[in-house]
Write a protein that binds this ligand. Structure first.
Ligand SMILES: Nc1nc2c(ncn2[C@@H]2O[C@H](COP(=O)(O)OP(=O)(O)OP(=O)(O)O)[C@@H](O)[C@H]2O)c(=O)[nH]1
Ligand SMILES: [Mg+2]
Length: 381
């Protein structure tokens, strides 16, 4: 299609918002006009049966029908249809003041790739956000996102936000549900885009909420976890591995007395289990990193660099087989002293447990190395 691109596309997902959608469209259009911006309002609907699409169209919006249901899917269809250089995203339930659109566009024009509204740095009017979302869901999920993706974001789920078309092309968003909100922030940070926050006001909604606290909260959380092998596997794995091996070696010579507690076999069993679990988690983490090695193009990853520099299948096998050999050596020595001694009651639990742990961990290393190589070195990828 030829013709001039409008400056701004305001995109609104809409599912049964007959009470408010027209008002939102009118406000957005008025804001564009006041600011002298050329623009369009795109309403992405996929399943409204309350007449919302017709109301939106009458108010001056271009309505697109999204083929797949869901908040994210609606946005994806809206983004596909949008023609503007600057893309502003906002709900059709009149909880956000579309009068702020020019401010978001100005922040993009000032050089930001993504601009997020922040209700927590702005105002949340009484009745706009339930207690559970205000004090638990939003802060906890925003906090997790900040830790996992390396930058403090005060309101990762604010429904009023903006991005440049270029940022949208680079991120290639694809979540179909409410986790689309997390995806946009997470990928912006992963792609090292410039992200700004603008304090805004959150108003009580007209019409019925489409948000389901636990289902949607979980969708945000699982989305973040699936992109984050470091906090999911590597950090707890390394902690368990170090604690486990420390325990195994500290308890090897005999019971340990700490502040009046006697730590013995039971704790050594726990240590063994921790060491094995830790190695398993670290291997899973490295495998996940290897699988995601395409991300190298997005940003430097410490763990991938480590794998690239130091890991080869042969090295992994050597380390794994070395540990197996050490474990077999210890247990072989116990067996031979038992055979050469009276073959009576055997009581070498501590070294035997260390030996057994080393054999298991070594075998995990051998198979884990094959698995990591399959993922990383697959010639078809
Ligand atoms: N097209 C489409 N739009 C949706 C869908 N689910 C939600 N929406 C729209 O997405 C926007 C956000 O949904 P809301 O129900 O307002 O969710 P929320 O803002 O997190 O929750 P509230 O604070 O209760 O409003 C609204 O404009 C909805 O109409 C969907 O499946 N399809
Ligand atoms: Mg809403």
């Amino acid at each position: 299609m030829t013709g001039q691109r409008p400056d701004v596309s305001v995109i609104m997902p809409c599912l049964n918002e007959a009470a408010t959608v027209a008002r939102c469209v009118v406000k957005a259009r008025a804001a564009l006009e006041r600011a002298g911006l050329s623009g369009e309002v795109v309403v992405a609907d996929n399943g409204s049966d309350d007449g919302s699409p017709a109301l939106a169209e009458a108010a001056g919006a271009r309505v697109v029908a999204a083929p797949v249901r869901g908040y994210g899917a609606a946005y994806l269809a809206g983004l596909e249809a949008a023609r503007g250089t600057y893309l502003v995203l906002g709900d059709a339930d009149d909880t956000y003041d579309f009068g702020a659109v020019p401010e978001f566009v100005a922040a993009l024009k000032a050089g930001n790739d993504v601009v997020l509204g922040s209700r927590f740095r702005g105002r949340i009017l009484p009745g706009a956000m339930p207690w559970l979302h205000r004090y638990v869901g939003n802060p906890v999920l925003s906090g997790i996102l900040s830790v996992f993706f390396g930058r403090r974001v005060s309101d990762a789920h604010c429904g009023l936000r903006a991005m440049t078309r270029d940022a949208s092309d680079r991120m290639r968003l694809r979540s179909s549900g409410m986790e689309f909100a997390s995806e946009m922030v997470a990928l912006a940070l992963r792609h090292q885009l410039t992200v700004a926050e603008i304090p805004i006001t959150y108003y009580p909604r007209g019409g019925e909420s489409k948000l389901r606290s636990f289902r949607d909260g979980w969708r945000h959380l699982r989305f973040m976890l699936l992109l984050s092998p470091t906090p999911l596997f590597l950090v707890p794995g390394l902690a368990a591995l170090l604690l486990g091996f420390a325990g195994l070696f500290v308890l090897l010579p005999g019971p340990l007395r700490v502040a009046g507690f006697v730590l013995d076999y039971h704790f050594m069993f726990v240590a063994s289990a921790l060491a094995i679990l830790g190695v398993q988690l670290v291997l899973l983490g490295l495998a996940a990193k290897a699988y995601a090695s395409g991300e190298r193009s997005i940003r430097a990853d410490r763990w991938l660099t480590l794998l690239d520099r130091h890991f080869t299948l042969e090295r992994g096998l050597l380390v794994g087989l070395g540990l197996v050999a050490a474990g077999l050596g210890i247990n072989g020595w116990i067996l031979s002293s038992w055979l050469s001694g009276g073959r009576g009651q055997l009581f070498a639990v501590r070294p035997a447990l260390l030996g057994l742990s080393l054999i298991v961990v070594g075998a995990q290393g051998v198979f884990g190395s094959f698995f990591i190589s399959m993922l990383r070195d697959d010639p078809r990828r």
